[in-house]
Design a protein around this ligand. Structure first.
Ligand SMILES: NC(=O)c1ccc[n+]([C@@H]2O[C@H](COP(=O)([O-])OP(=O)(O)OC[C@H]3O[C@@H](n4cnc5c(N)ncnc54)[C@H](O)[C@@H]3O)[C@@H](O)[C@H]2O)c1
Length: 362
């Protein structure tokens, strides 16, 4: 079919979506797809037969049977990580667009293979690195791109939470299924975002421990890095931060500093610079270049509405973008998932070999 015909086809009909894996993330995808015009979730697949949808959606336990029985344009893969590759491969070979949760696969080779198949067959293959779909992060990107911060010198991120006071569950602690701990689970988001904001990372040196849960996957890590431009970076990541949710991003430039913070009760982006008062040698003037409007001042103990968190807004935007890319038959925002997979591997290699790893071009 010609490109224009295909486009008309998509514009005139509902995009039929199915979800594979109906755990925490699968539920979030379903909730957000329901908000998008002209999208119909036609079926859900989960190996667990005890799942209750509370909705009139067809249910399968075997993804191949679902794919072969239903007319599906696009799929969301929300299973444990080791299941991503065989499912994505099957879907792409059947001509179905794929949104796969992060990280795409357990190996770089698998990620490369999927990327090549999707490009060859002109299918959208997007990976769930949702930070770049967040409104504040986008604002931050334009602040950097418009040189409001000046020359970027350093970047630091922290992504940490405590599972709502619980522990990481089941497959996450099984390395053969998850590929690792908080590095592949959490730091992968910032490895992907750092390159989106500031270009290629050239060298990585990382440290980790498993002091929290004492399993064979790490639960705390510090990743240090140097970008091609000379910028220095650091990512701290943890599966045990008793404050609940503690995500931060600090970018220091020669003109100003940007600080993004996200906890269970608020999200804020501030860009600050201090200049010297000309009249008085020791006094500094603080100038807020950007402060978001409507940040509620929340008291200590309130009902926390998690639906306002970063994950929710950006997931909705990400799914919207995925559906939009299918309809326009093009994805503009670089997904860079193979490269992120390479960075994740380099972090683990650095820990295993106790040395700085140079990131090769693949
Ligand atoms: N983008 C993000 O911020 C984000 C957040 C959380 C999780 N994730 C990712 O989403 C994925 C799922 O995580 P989760 O927290 O929802 O896990 P989960 O354990 O809550 O859900 C996984 C579900 O997949 C089902 N499943 C397993 N194998 C299957 C198969 N072969 N076919 C069909 N169903 C199968 C399980 O029964 C389970 O219900 C992971 O890759 C994770 O890294 C991403």
């Amino acid at each position: 079919m010609k490109k224009n015909n295909l486009l008309m086809n998509y514009m005139n009909k509902k995009t039929k979506v199915a979800i594979i894996g109906y755990g925490k993330r699968g539920k979030t995808h379903l909730r957000n797809y329901s908000k998008i015009n002209d999208v119909e979730v036609v079926a859900i697949c989960d190996v667990n037969k005890n799942i209750i949808f509370g909705r009139d959606i067809k249910y399968y336990q075997d993804f191949k049977i679902m794919i072969d029985s239903e007319k599906i344009d696009a799929i969301s893969i929300c299973t444990p990580t080791n299941e991503h590759y065989p499912i994505a491969l099957y879907c792409l070979k059947k001509g179905i667009h794929v949104l796969c949760e992060k990280p795409i696969t357990l190996t770089i080779k698998q990620a490369q293979e999927l990327s090549q198949i999707s490009q060859k067959s002109k299918l959208i293959l997007q990976v769930g690195y949702h930070l770049k779909f967040d409104g504040l992060i986008n604002k931050l990107k334009s602040i950097i791109d418009y040189n409001e911060l000046g020359k970027i010198l350093m970047i630091r991120a922290r992504q940490a939470h405590d599972w709502g006071g619980l522990k990481p569950f089941g497959w996450l602690l099984d390395k053969s299924k998850s590929g690792g701990g908080t590095i592949i689970d959490n730091a992968s988001h910032y490895l992907n975002l750092f390159e989106y904001l500031l270009g290629n990372i050239e060298e990585i040196h990382a440290f980790s421990n498993n002091l929290s849960f004492k399993k064979d996957v790490e639960d705390n890590a510090i990743i240090t890095m140097k970008f091609k431009t000379g910028i220095l970076g650091e990512i701290e990541t943890s599966w045990q931060d008793s404050s609940g949710r503690n995500n931060q991003l600090l970018i220091c430039g020669s003109k100003a500093t940007a600080e993004y913070k996200e906890t269970n009760i608020e999200r804020i982006l501030e860009v600050k610079k201090y200049t010297q008062d000309k009249d008085e040698w020791n006094r500094l003037i603080r100038e807020n270049i950007y402060l978001p409007k409507g940040i509620e001042q929340l008291s200590k103990k309130i009902n926390i509405d998690n639906s306002k968190g970063l994950l929710f807004e950006s997931t909705e935007n990400m799914l919207n973008y995925f559906i939009g890319s299918i309809r326009k038959q093009t994805a503009i925002i670089p997904n860079n998932f193979t490269r992120t997979q390479q960075l994740i591997s380099s972090v683990y290699e650095s820990i295993a070999k106790k040395k700085v790893i140079k990131i090769k071009q693949i």
